[in-house]
Design a protein around this ligand. Sequence first.
Ligand code: C2O
Length: 544
Amino acid sequence: AETHYHQFVIQATPVKRLCKTQSIITVNGQFPGPTIEARDGDSLVIKVVNSAQYNISLHWHGLRMLRNPWADGPTYVTQCPIRPGGSYTYRFTITNQEGTLWWHAHTDFLRATVYGAFIIYPKLGSSYPFSVPKREATILLGEWFDRDPMLILRQSQFTGAAPNVSVAYTMNGQPGDLYRCSSEDTVRVPVEAGETILLRIISSTLNQELYFSIANHQITVVGTDAAYTKPFTTRVLMIGPGQTINVLVTADQPPGRYYMAASAYHSAMNAPFDNTTTTAILEYKSVSCSKGPSSRPILPVLPAFNDTNTSTAFNAGLRGLSKVRVFNQIDENLYFIVGLGLINCTNPNSPRCQGPNGTRFTASMNNVSLVLPRTTSLMQAYYQGIPGVFTTDFPPVPPVQFNYTGNVPRGLWTPSPGTKLYKLKYGSRVQIVLQDTSIITTEDHPMHLHGFHFFVVGAGFGNFNPATDPANFNFVDPPVRNTVGTPPGGWVAIRFVADNPGIWFMHCHIDSHLSWGLAMAFLVENGVGPSQSVIPPPADLPQC
Ligand code: C2O
């Protein structure tokens, strides 16, 4: 195994998109940020130097960080932020993971521009469970805003209003041909006629799920979130913020140029969204140097933004290829309702009260809207035994039972703010059913769990029925993920073993929802002996 050293300098960088130059926060002046490449078993040493004017921390999304929450990164959860002028070195080892992951800022909305790919190749001497393609390409999907993402955050978090929507989607930072002033920089993915390439698709969008398709080409899914899947062939895939999907694409069409395109899958009714389309070009090499007619490549047909059936069918088609078996018995049977809410304001004219009819938007899990500490992080408070920072009474089931996906009485729309964790014994076998609600609107929430990968054993619409639904769970070949969509007006069931001690964030990866409190955290206790305990924090861990 090798150790890879990186230096990431966080800095403001002028970037021109859509005819206009804006200053954005980048790593080393690159947008998207640098790609990290390593093999399973390798170690990483990444020194992050903050030369920007904002607090920041970085998260290595999907890396398990075994016994090492200090390297996980979410601000005020596992560490205090790296202050302007400060630095912190993330040190960690990749343990039994391979595939595609990514990294991003985990402070406020900075991940809008601070993100990059994290590619983990198999150990030397081992290989993919499919024939190794000669060529690979990475497509990072993103969103572009026409103003500072920190202002967008203020819009949603500090004013309680719906956030501004993006003005473009991007592939590897480029909006592509269909936007003004963007054609020349459209990303091109070269292929040779007849060959099969591995495409690593990562969604780093801030607030939006996307449909992705390639004109005239089939795509065969072979991996999700750094876990292999059984090959699954489809025309279109749905990808939520935080997720990655590896696909094989065979260049079996007449040599030419074909658009790969992505546009919104938007399940929240009546909420504004960006309905533009980003493109890159799959370009057969035989045509790339010939002049040829300068006509545009053909566009794939993407589903309508509100086509929930296509999203459901795609997710239902995923089958895992995990060597680890799903356990049958569970020790923790958790049922978490997720959703939005509204807070009535005492002064409806206050600038902090810009939601509908004198309210502000909020969001919660089991009716608790997470409030993070500011004077320390949850993990530092736990490790140092600082009292009064959090409690461990996060409810395992909704505190009030109601028809979650029905016509919810207005009196049940308002969650309570709190800093509540749920404690898990080391090694306990956990099931969580994540249940969407129809409060304000039903919506597909991409729920991300730090520190673990989980099996997605079942999903459905309406309210989860504990008497009948588990009979249909897939214990044979469920897909393994770290981020899963809760179907709009439905539920999804996940299972994992709590074998990673520390404090691990779970939240909606739609950042406006996260900013409204759609989050909780698990406290996984140490097991027996040092091999089942959190390692000591590094000396340079930032203090608040
Ligand atoms: Cu990709 Cu908590 O984040």
